[in-house]
Design a protein around this ligand. Structure first.
Ligand code: PLP
Ligand code: COI
Length: 339
């Protein structure tokens, strides 16, 4: 190993070109074996399905250096499964789930010198993605596809790391009722771009989306699920078929129930309930758990933490989850996959 000379502790959540990426092509009804290549450029038809009708989906997971120097990923099988679900919904060919995991591990291994050292707060972000690559002009799925995996070393998603952020309830939607909110389609993120720029211009770090049908219930933000804590110390998280099934959130629910003896409710959460919660956090691969200090809903403000600290229940969850990811706490069987 010959670690790259990067300022690991001060990385932002950004793209750094690394040495190798994985590329596989789907043609004539089948995937080729795929290769690791130094070529970071994509060459496709000017009329490719992804360019005309946004036929693309992606995943996000991380590789970590553990306390004892191993390099691991967290539940990559669930990313493989969610990518397969996204592909089926977008009429794209599924990339075999086992091969998906193998390709992620191989891409990390090929860029091992970019995996941030233990204790820096940084990780190697793994971005698998697929897109329609051959010409499509009538509205229909492409015939040919490319599946790629790039990796890039990243720091915290929100500036300031675990400092509580200020978010707003959004008037706009990121997903439609019965739409694609529950898969990781690029189009969901395109939908959110205008609104995230506007949120930043208004001084908010993120938008909280309400359910697109009634605009009454809390859903998620543009890039993370949401968790709340009640006065009694219960963990409450929205249940809806238009939010992304976050692997972090599903893991936290299990950690809370099985490791920390915290009661969990997964249910609809009306926006008027915001006043009843004492802690709030955004959770996801990129966000980890990012504490929310304040939610603004037009003329109403809900304040969750005083000063610049994460609350006690979220701190316990954060310490346990990251403890598992960094090898300090034993994780349930199958959660940690070593490279
Ligand atoms: N919700 C959205 C819209 C996301 O983009 C993400 C990020 O992947 C999440 C939630 C969190 O999901 P996960 O914990 O699987 O990373
Ligand atoms: C992730 O957490 O992996 C995501 O895809 C979120 C994205 C907004 C960076």
């Amino acid at each position: 190993m010959n670690k790259k000379n990067l300022d690991w502790s001060n990385l932002s959540f950004g793209y750094t070109k690394t040495d190798k990426r994985f590329v596989a092509n789907f043609k004539d009804g089948k995937w080729d074996d795929g290769v690791l290549t130094e070529d970071d450029k994509v060459v496709i038809s000017e009329c490719a399905g992804v360019l005309q009708y946004a036929q693309t989906c992606f995943e996000g997971l991380k590789a970590y250096t553990t306390q004892d120097g191993r390099i691991v990923t967290f539940r990559p099988d669930l990313n493989a499964k969610r990518m397969a679900d996204s592909c089926r919904r977008l009429v794209m060919p599924v990339y075999d789930e086992k091969k998906f995991v193998e390709a992620c591990l191989a891409t990390v291994k090929a860029n091992i010198d970019y995996v941030p050292p233990y204790g820096t707060g940084a990780a190697l972000y793994i971005r698998p993605y697929m897109f329609g690559s051959d010409p499509v002009i009538g509205v229909k799925p492409a015939n040919e596809y490319q599946f790629r995996i790039l990796v890039t070393p990243v720091g915290p998603y929100f500036k300031g790391g675990v400092k509580p952020i200020s978010v707003r309830i959004s008037d706009k939607d990121r997903a439609a009722p019965n739409g694609t909110g529950d898969i990781k389609a690029g189009l969901n993120y395109a939908m959110s771009l205008y609104n995230i720029v506007d949120a930043h211009n208004c001084g908010f770090a993120e938008n909280i989306y309400l359910d697109p049908k009634t605009h009454q219930y809390i859903e998620e933000t543009g890039g993370a699920n949401i968790i709340f804590v009640t006065k009694e110390g219960k963990l409450v998280t929205p249940k809806s078929n238009s939010i992304l099934p976050s692997i972090t959130r599903r893991s936290l629910v299990e950690v809370a129930r099985d490791y920390l003896n915290i009661e969990v409710e997964e249910r609809q959460i009306h926006k008027d309930e915001l006043k009843d919660f004492v802690e709030c956090g955004l959770c996801g691969t990129a966000a980890v758990i990012s504490p929310v200090g304040k939610i603004t809903d037009h003329d109403k403000e809900y304040v969750f933490s005083n000063g610049d600290k994460m609350g006690p229940v979220l701190t316990k969850l954060y310490d346990t989850l990251t403890g598992m990811q960094m090898g300090r706490i034993e994780a349930p069987k199958g959660w940690i996959v070593e490279i």
